[in-house]
Design a protein around this ligand. Structure first.
Ligand SMILES: [Zn+2]
Length: 168
């Protein structure tokens, strides 16, 4: 109804193939006129008739995925005529392998730290306390709110009960 008055530009495929873009054109939903390169790549690599066949061979809800896949493969083949998207896959696979090795090494190191570090962690004393630590009876106790000192970082220098040390 409204199509008779409004101008619909031909899809990228019909424009490239210099034919009339009729209503129900199989290419129109997937090759908009503003992206002519997409169809040019697909046509160059697969051929328009093969693309038509592939689109018609699948269910309507699968067509967008088919065209996306064809367009990706075609663009990769245009960019890299020898390897196409295999080059991209291979590069990503190498990246995955490298990251997997890094992850394995990090996990091995972590396990080693956990296994070897247990006795060390229980015996070692903190070198630079991150907050108020109270040295009483040769043990370190992190001060919390329920301590007899009772304040949250105010006049700590007055602490001297039992001959302990205070760090702030
Ligand atoms: Zn068309």
């Amino acid at each position: 109804m409204s199509s008779s008055s409004s101008y619909n530009p031909p899809c990228a495929a019909c424009k490239f193939l210099k034919r009339k873009c009729i209503q129900g054109c199989v290419f129109a939903p997937y090759f908009p006129p503003e992206d002519p390169q997409k169809f040019m790549n697909v046509h160059k690599i697969f051929g328009a008739s093969n693309v038509t066949k592939l689109i018609n061979d699948v269910l309507p809800h699968q067509r967008q995925d088919v065209v996306s896949s064809l367009a990706y493969e075609a663009a990769a083949r245009v960019r890299d005529p020898v390897y196409g998207c295999v080059g991209v896959i291979s590069s990503l696979q190498q990246q995955v392998d490298r990251l997997q090795k890094d992850l394995d090494a990090a996990n091995a190191e972590l396990i080693q730290h956990v296994c070897n570090g247990m006795p060390v962690l229980t015996s070692i004393q903190p070198v630079t306390p991150a907050g108020p630590y109270h040295y009483v009876n040769r043990t370190w106790n992190r001060q919390n709110g329920s301590n007899s000192h009772g304040n949250a970082g105010g006049n700590g220098s007055a602490g001297g009960s039992g001959g302990g040390w205070w760090w702030w």
